[in-house]
Design a protein around this ligand. Structure first.
Ligand SMILES: [Cu+2]
Length: 114
């Protein structure tokens, strides 16, 4: 079930990009703030939001095997174009979409409430 919900979240997020790619003259990326390369390198992780501010969030995330991260509590920057479906509050259980910035550091591209 966890795999299914992760798959659904990925599919939902991938849809606007696929659409943009069929219509390059419109270049619909400006309102996302993320490049195709960033989207392809994105990873997802279940996490609890400990605190969230203007530019960063402190999260406790589950292991992320794709990038070799164990479960941990850490601060993550909110990426340019950061999106959340609804308001996110401290203590919420969420799925994070992490994207790499220009320096190869992961930032939060989106937060999807459970
Ligand atoms: Cu971490």
């Amino acid at each position: 079930m966890k795999m299914l919900s992760a798959f659904l979240a990925t599919s939902l997020l991938a849809t606007p990009i696929a659409f943009a790619d069929t219509n390059h003259s419109a270049m619909g990326h400006s309102n996302m703030g993320m490049t195709d390369a960033q989207m392809e390198a994105a990873v997802h992780a279940k996490a609890t939001i400990n605190s969230i501010g203007e530019n960063s969030a402190n999260v406790s995330h589950e292991p992320i095997p794709e990038v070799g991260w164990p479960a941990m509590t850490m601060d993550l920057t909110l990426a340019p174009g950061f999106k959340t479906m609804d308001g996110v509050s401290e203590g919420d259980s969420v799925t994070l979409m992490l994207v790499k910035n220009d320096n190869g550091m992961f930032e939060i591209g989106a937060i999807m409430p459970e």
